[in-house]
Structures are given as structure tokens and as C-alpha cells.
Design a binder for this molecule. Structure first.
Ligand SMILES: [Ca+2]
Length: 554
């Protein structure tokens, strides 16, 4: 069994009791645990707690609160105050893009609870502004929350820990969400007698055949190889692989652009300037010369590439698992004979490795010196039960019988979604399509979607192509995720996610230097060895200093 799948099933099995257990919550199900350590129990005394509140984008319809309720006065807040013996106050309420939070942090004048970004978090820890939550997390985080925060293998908690101490509760990135998969028209491959690709050279042979052998059978040489896009390689500014980009080709050469990688000497270095990147660029130059990559790839817009796929000119492109929705749903509407499948290219070690989005989103923190830091953790425990669509929430759903308000109406709104949902949803839909037991640890709405999509998937690929209204989701969640599981794709994370002083000033310009050099090498405007000149320039213009700062910060 592939590693990812087996690890995921273990997690699912382990959490079997947790997800439903929290629904009753309170002291009634805390068993032998002391009342003081109850994740859903009250504080020993009535305690006022101030929260910095950001208004989300989107109006009343988005929040879905009943008439008369607001972000700062609603039944979730009442329930939390009553349950946890709290008096929740909102002294600062701002629009989403306000600088107010940053100013408060800069002047060390913060509320008891705030939700901050990773970089502010690091700065606040450095300046000793935050309560150490290590013990409070161990004692008071609910089993559901703890299980959730392991769905990325502990990556987010690890990043949020400084010298072994935890100062905040992080939201997580989604594992495998932006892996660039190779999508190919299987019907064209079958017609031309082509085998499934494993390597970049296999892909090159397929692209050549797609261009030269009239796969669309109209007697004209009117099909292309890969579409392109100006964001063809991820970098500091564009830190996840773009749809239609060539990151998968870099990955296949173990070149991790836009990523801080650990090198053989034990130091951390910028992936874009490593020798592996030179090798990847040499291959891309070869493919460019052979006409497999569009002449104008570096100025191509996302929309142009989409059009080439939708109109049936391109039978290959790189895109994430969710490409079944876009561009493929429109492609199928145009031509239902198109049979798109996803593949993973293997690297020079025969492995599938893929760069990941940042494993931490925002982080909820508590001001240093606040008497009961566990109060924030309890509020997050409660909020997570709401996000799980737990019908009883904790001590009764305050909106029973009404439309459930958006989770962003919670007093400490955290986007707590499982980091393993890409794989889990795939497994859930497949299980539903076969009438097998569904995964646990997910909300009721998610389970319902497993049943719905499982039903569509069970009707077969031909039915889906004949019924494009139902095509996007099952194709994405089944075909789009299958190669990740089958090839045991290994998530690759950057070794550093912070921003150093020199990075702030110079990284954007270094990105421009990088993109410019890559384009010149791929198009042949400069020879392959121009890469060495680029690396020297990159170091000279601030890269060397930044690398030093990154290694010092680790
Ligand atoms: Ca043709």
C-alpha cells in the first residue's frame, strides 16, 4: 500500500472515536480527567478577554447571521461566554486590509487574543510578547483539534514552535494541493499507440507525437505541445506552482526553484541557483528548440493557455489535482471525446517529489501575562466543532433549526481544515462509490459530498463526459489525485518561511533577475553556461547576504 494512503488510514482509524465524542463535550464525557483539564469546561473564575476582530470580506449574506446579530454580538459568542466563563470583548474591529494590527504589534499594544500572520508571529515571539502555550495546548486542546493538527504530520505545529515551545495555534496548508500534475489526453495517446509517461523524455516523445501525428484526425498540423504561462517556475514572489507552469519539469531534475533547500554541506541554500536548476533549464532549452514549448511561453497569459486546452489544440498541460473543474470542464463541453488523465513525472532518482504550499496560514496567539491562556484554546476547540458541522456543537447548537452561520462569525475565526483533505476526499468518494465505509473525522457536509460524488463516479467516465455538469469534481478528486497516491509523491517543504531584513529589500529584484535568466537560457538567447553568470549576479546583488541571514535564523 502506498505510504500516504496507509498513513492516512491509520490517522482515520485512530480518530474514530474523537469526532463524534466531542459533540456532547463538557464534563460529561471527560471521564476520569480532572475538571481543570477539560477542553470544553469553564475557567475557574469569570474572565474578561479582549479579541482583535477583523471583518471578513463579504456582506450579511456571506456571514448568514440571523437578523440583529453581528460579528461581535451573536449566539456563538454567547455560548462561548457561558460555557467557558468568559466575557469576550472586541475593543478593536477593523476591515480585513487594515494596518491597525501591524501598528498594534509594532507598538507592543495588543489585545489578549489576536490572529496574526507567520512573519508577525515570529517577530512577536522574538520580542517576548506572547504567552507560551506549550502546556496549555497539551492540557486543553480537544482531541479533535489535536488530531486535526496532525493531518500534515505535525508540520504546522513544528513551524509554529520556537525552541520547542508553542506560542500559537496555526491553521494549515493543504498537502498536495498545488502539486503540478501532468494532464494528458488518453484518447490521443491510445490513438497514437503511446505509453503512459514516467520521465521528462517520455513526455517529450508524447508532445512530439501530439504535434506531428495529427492526433485530432483533421488532416491538419494544428495541434501543439505544452501550453505555457509567464509564471512558468515558482519563485519567491510566486511561491506555489502556477497552472500551466513547468515546475514539474524542474522537480524531475530535483531542482526546487523558489524554495530554501538543504544541501549536501548541511547549509540551506536557494533552490533556484543550484546545479540541478541548470540541468532543468538545459532540458527546457532542448524542448524549446524542438518546438515542444511555445515560442512565446514567457509572455503567455493563463487565459491563452486555457483556450488552447479548451479548444482542443493542446493535449497536454501541467495543472493541480483540481484541473478537472478548470480548464477541463470547458474542454469536455467542447469535445466529449477528450479523455483527460493525470500523471506524475518521476525525478532522476525515480521518485515523485513535489513542492508544497506554506504549511502554516494564520496563527492565533495570546498576549504574554494573560492569566488563562487556555481560554483561547478552548474557544478554538469550540470553533472547530462548529466547522466540523457537529450537529450538537458543544452543549447544543445555538443555531439549531436555523441556517448555520459562516464559521467566520466565530469570535476567534480560524480556517481549520484538514491538511490531508486532498487524499482523504479521494478515498472517501471512492469508498462511497463502492458502498464501503466512509472516513471519519470529517464533517457531515463533507460526508454527504462523498456520497453524492461517489454516486456520479460509479456511473463511469463515459457518463461523466456525456454529462459535463457533473464532470469537474469527480474527475478532479479521482483522476487528479490518483497519481499522487500511486507514485507515493513526497511533499517537499521549504526549510525557511520567514522574511529576513535583506530579503525584504532585495528579494523582489532577485526574482526579476531569476526569471529573466531562466527565459534567456530556455529560449537560447544565452547559452546554458549563462546560468553560472546568473548565480554570481544573484549572490552579488543580495542573495549571498540573504542566504547568510536565513542560515543564521534557522
Ligand atoms: Ca490536426
Amino acid at each position: 500500500m502506498p505510504f500516504l494512503l496507509s498513513a492516512m488510514l491509520l490517522v482515520t482509524a485512530a480518530c474514530g472515536n474523537g469526532a463524534s465524542g466531542g459533540s456532547t463535550g463538557g464534563s460529561s464525557n471527560s471521564g476520569g480527567a480532572s475538571v481543570e483539564k477539560d477542553p470544553f469546561g469553564p475557567l475557574p473564575e469569570k474572565t474578561a478577554i479582549t479579541v482583535f476582530r477583523t471583518e471578513p470580506d463579504g456582506g450579511p449574506d456571506f456571514l448568514a447571521l440571523p437578523d440583529g446579530e453581528t460579528l461581535t454580538e451573536n449566539r456563538y459568542i454567547d455560548a462561548i461566554e457561558e460555557r467557558f466563563n468568559l466575557d469576550v470583548q472586541f475593543p478593536v474591529v477593523v476591515k480585513g486590509d487594515s494596518e491597525k494590527g501591524k501598528l498594534m504589534i509594532a507598538s507592543n499594544d495588543i489585545t489578549d487574543v489576536m490572529i496574526v500572520g507567520y512573519n508577525d508571529y515570529r517577530m512577536m515571539v522574538e520580542n517576548d510578547m506572547l504567552a507560551d502555550l506549550t502546556q496549555a495546548y497539551d492540557d486543553f486542546a480537544s482531541p479533535q483539534l489535536k488530531e486535526l493538527l496532525q493531518t500534515d504530520g505535525g508540520k504546522a505545529l513544528d513551524l509554529a514552535s520556537v525552541d520547542g515551545k508553542l506560542y500559537g495555534i496555526p491553521t494549515m496548508g493543504t498537502v498536495h494541493n498545488s502539486n503540478p500534475l501532468l494532464w494528458l489526453r488518453k484518447d490521443w495517446m491510445d490513438k497514437l499507440g503511446l505509453k503512459d509517461p514516467k520521465t521528462v523524455d517520455d513526455l517529450a516523445a508524447i508532445l512530439k507525437a501530439f504535434i506531428e501525428k495529427d492526433p485530432d484526425n483533421n488532416g491538419q498540423k494544428d495541434t501543439i505541445g505544452l501550453p505555457g504561462v509567464s509564471n512558468f517556475a515558482s519563485n519567491y514572489t510566486i511561491n506555489t506552482p502556477a497552472m500551466f507552469g513547468y515546475d514539474a519539469i524542474f522537480d524531475a531534475f530535483k531542482s526546487y526553484t523558489g524554495t530554501w533547500v538543504k544541501t549536501a554541506d548541511g547549509t540551506v541554500q536557494w533552490g533556484s541557483i543550484q546545479p540541478e536548476t541548470k540541468a532543468a533549464l538545459a532540458k527546457l532549452n532542448e524542448m524549446y528548440k524542438a518546438g515542444l514549448i511555445p515560442k512565446d511561453f514567457a509572455i503567455m497569459k493563463h487565459e491563452q493557455a486555457t483556450e488552447q486546452v479548451v479548444s482542443g489544440k493542446a493535449g497536454a498541460f501541467f495543472g493541480p489535482w483540481w484541473s478537472g473543474w478548470s480548464p477541463l470542464n470547458d474542454a469536455i463541453r467542447n469535445d466529449k471525446t477528450a479523455d483527460w488523465r493525470a500523471y506524475t513525472l518521476l525525478d532522476t532518482d525515480g521518485k515523485s517529489v513535489s513542492k508544497q504550499e506554506m504549511p502554516v496560514g494564520s496563527i492565533a496567539v495570546v498576549k504574554k501575562g494573560f492569566k488563562y491562556p487556555e481560554a483561547m484554546i478552548k474557544m478554538v476547540n469550540y470553533g472547530y466543532q462548529v466547522q466540523l458541522d457537529d450537529p450538537n456543537v458543544v452543549g447544543g447548537d445555538p443555531y439549531a433549526g436555523l441556517t448555520m452561520p459562516n464559521w467566520q462569525t466565530l469570535p476567534v475565526p480560524m480556517a481549520l481544515w484538514r491538511a490531508d483533505s486532498v487524499i482523504l476526499d479521494h478515498v472517501g468518494i471512492l469508498a462511497a462509490s463502492k458502498g464501503e465505509a466512509l472516513p471519519e473525522g470529517v464533517g457531515e457536509a463533507t460526508l454527504q459530498n462523498y456520497r453524492t460524488q461517489g454516486e456520479y463516479w460509479a456511473k463511469g467516465i463515459d457518463w461523466l463526459r456525456d454529462n459535463p455538469d457533473f464532470y469537474g469534481e469527480p474527475i478532479s478528486r479521482i483522476y487528479g489525485v490518483l497519481p499522487i497516491i500511486e507514485n507515493d509523491t513526497l511533499p517537499l517543504y521549504s526549510e525557511f518561511y520567514g522574511i529576513t531584513k535583506t530579503m525584504e529589500q532585495k528579494m523582489t529584484n532577485l526574482d526579476k533577475l531569476e526569471v529573466d535568466a531562466f527565459i534567456k537560457i530556455i529560449t537560447g538567447e544565452q547559452p546554458i553556461d549563462y546560468f553560472d553568470t546568473f548565480v554570481q549576479e544573484w549572490n552579488r546583488l543580495g542573495g549571498e547576504q540573504i542566504t547568510k541571514e536565513v542560515n543564521e535564523a534557522l
